[in-house]
Design a protein around this ligand. Structure first.
Ligand SMILES: [Zn+2]
Ligand SMILES: [Zn+2]
Length: 413
């Protein structure tokens, strides 16, 4: 929890932002059929079931209430402001959430910490209680360029499934404003899909339940030893081509750690690594399934599927009542903008540049408990530990909302 003074400061920053920029907020279509909801600054309960019938009313809602987080339903309802069971669901966009939390990036261990809200001290994540005062600790999920690059890579994979394999074309992409990306499919033909059908799309994208046999791989590696494996090739459509291309990538430079993580089988990875290394040269020419023993083929195919699948939050996509963050609004966990990104802008999108939307020219003084090195608008900050610094608003707000800095401790130091 932030201190009252921190909360007040962030609220005033958000308030000014919406006063000046409410007109830039994304307005979802069919606005009057959606449910809106938001978290206010001073209450942990979401205010929801809000009906908004025009872009103007949406802007007024933001200016009047200064939300910490604001959402709208991916679903369309006949009565959006009614209680859930009386809303009368009409349809819903297909929503995907990609979050660095699920990606196990190696930097997580380095930059995530816990803080004691009482004595402003930081502790390793394995601690539950403050070693100084015994208070319960709060987790800080830092967001770094590596985490966000990993999330972007998953977004690219997902877009490839959605556009090339499934043929969707009305796709909206947004930075989440914190640790990932949101991808929303708006094509007419998906709007009425139920939970089960959405689950099938999730299974396809995550490569769940792919039959190796239907791809031309041997089901049982001990049987039919004499039959040559004719696995998928690079130019094949859909998953077949994806597996072939990924297998080549993995076989060209077999890496024990990578293969054991992808397959989840350390012993097998260790057992097969040398065979794969020996076959590397063949793979530089072609998709060389036939040079490998069948057991290794199966192992490599499974690793390729794990690598090529997109790591999405599966719960979000099958939920037909899901609330999603409103585009181009501030995320209360970072002060960054949940910015809508055009498809062709994704490659060059830099969250710490394009989504750092607060006034760059205003500086405030904060006491920083601890912060790794970070960059905003091309300028580098930190690392900091127990120091007073004057920072531009985007940097200061990021640290305060991450609970790593406070304005409450300035006088004492
Ligand atoms: Zn403490
Ligand atoms: Zn990171």
């Amino acid at each position: 929890m932030l201190t009252q003074a921190d909360q007040k400061l962030v609220e005033s920053v958000f308030k000014r932002y919406y006063l000046e920029k409410a007109s830039t907020v994304y307005v979802p279509d069919r606005i009057s059929e959606r449910e809106f909801g938001y978290f206010p600054f001073w209450d942990k309960t979401m205010i929801r079931h809000i009906y908004v019938d025009s872009p103007e009313k949406l802007r007024q809602l933001l200016v009047k209430n200064t939300p910490l987080h604001v959402y709208h339903s991916a679903a369309f309802y006949k009565y959006p402001s009614a209680p859930m069971e009386e809303k009368e669901w009409i349809g819903a966009e297909l929503a995907f959430d990609i979050d660095a939390d699920h990606l196990k990036t190696p930097c997580n261990r380095k930059h995530d910490v816990k803080v004691c809200p009482k004595c402003f001290s930081t502790h390793p994540t394995e601690f539950d209680k403050c070693s100084k005062c015994g208070s319960g600790l709060e987790e800080v999920e830092w967001v770094c360029e590596l985490c966000l690059e990993a999330a972007k890579e998953e977004t690219r994979k997902l877009l490839n499934f959605l556009e090339d394999d499934l043929g969707f074309s009305k796709i909206r992409i947004a930075f989440s404003g914190n640790r990932g990306y949101h991808i929303i499919v708006m094509d007419e033909q998906i709007l009425e899909l139920g939970q089960q059908e959405r689950k099938e799309i999730v299974d396809y994208i995550t490569g769940t339940g792919i039959s190796l046999r239907s791809l031309g791989f041997p089901e049982d590696s001990r049987k039919n030893r004499m039959i040559r494996v004719v696995g998928p090739d690079v130019s094949d459509p859909g998953w077949r081509g994806r597996i072939a291309r990924t297998a080549i990538q993995l076989a060209l430079k077999p890496d024990l750690d990578e293969l054991s993580e992808l397959s989840g089988e350390y012993t097998l990875a260790k057992k097969y690594i040398d065979v794969l290394k020996d076959s590397s040269e063949e793979w530089s020419e072609r998709c060389a399934w036939d040079v490998l023993p069948k057991s290794v083929v199966k192992f490599l195919a499974k690793a390729a599927i794990a690598y090529a699948s997109a790591r999405i939050d599966v719960v979000v996509t099958s939920d037909i009542h899901r609330l999603i963050r409103l585009g181009n609004t501030l995320n209360g966990k970072s002060g960054l903008l949940a910015k809508i990104i055009e498809n062709d802008e994704l490659e060059d999108f830099d969250p710490f540049y394009h989504a750092a939307a607060l006034h760059q020219d205003r500086r405030i003084e904060v006491y920083v408990l601890k912060a790794p090195k970070f960059k905003i608008h091309g300028e580098e900050y930190g690392p900091y530990e127990n120091v007073k610094v004057r920072l531009p608003l985007p940097a200061a707000t990021l640290l305060i909302t991450k609970k790593l800095a406070t304005v409450s401790r300035l006088a004492a130091n």
